[in-house]
Design a protein around this ligand. Sequence first.
Ligand code: GUN
Length: 309
Amino acid sequence: MSSSTQLARDIDGKAIAAQVLEEVREHVAALSLEHIVPALAVVLVGDDPASQVYVRNKLLRAKEAGIRSLEYRLPATTQQTDVLKLIAELNADPLVNAILVQLPLPAHIDEGAVIDAIDPLKDVDGFHRQNVGALVQGADVLKPCTPSGCMRLLHETCANLSGLHAVVIGRSNIVGKPMAALLLQAHCSVSVVHSRSVDAKALCRLADIVVVAVGRPHMIDASWLKPGAVVIDVGINRIETESGTRLVGDVDYASARTVASAITPVPGGVGPMTIAYLLMNTVIATRAQQARPTPQHSHETTEQLALSE
Ligand code: GUN
């Protein structure tokens, strides 16, 4: 590499997430004029260490944004019926606007059954099959938080996404599939590559935009990228180093930035956006519930109950 190699610019997820959180605070302030305090219920089953960290951060950021948070920690041995019972109670509670069940759940619990038990209007992860279906059809619904955050980063980075070729690496329900749907909605040509793709690298080298969500540290280096590509790295992997551990993405940042035009660092790229969009979804869900016609969720009922707290 010559010393004059132009390095990609960083896409500053921390700064853009701070803007999103400011927008959330504005929504919270507007709701408070109507005596409504948005409330987010977070359900954590078991003691997965990474999930505990994620949940702690979500609750902390919610509080900072003026969102009431309710935490439900259940032991790993909890039966599925008890999780479903809790979801039913949260669905029925007009003072709870948003429900998030942290994944993964212990193996004896059917994740799909739990997610589909959540009221779609309170499904701030956007994982309920009704919301997933509506997303694919391009309807305005609650959208998964990490892909929403990635789209915001792309809109802040690229003047116009229309017509660009985007390659999504990874096909998970949480990131890869909804990401592809959102890119398509933004008029990109979209390819999804995965572990069975024939010559994934050759496909990726055609991409103007590369979104990587595979959970494998440093899998994507400069040799996967077209010069000038915009790279969004969703991976957060903890790796051992001589001096302890550190977080790295699915992209080899040092290598990729010699070829890309813009890239998200890890940490400080996509990570802060996920929580920002969870809180944005919470205020969107709260608003949508005010418009819901059923009596127990009508505006007056919520307002009266909020005032009587
Ligand atoms: N586990 C990893 N990512 C997520 C997420 O976005 N939402 C939930 N509920 N669980 C997760």
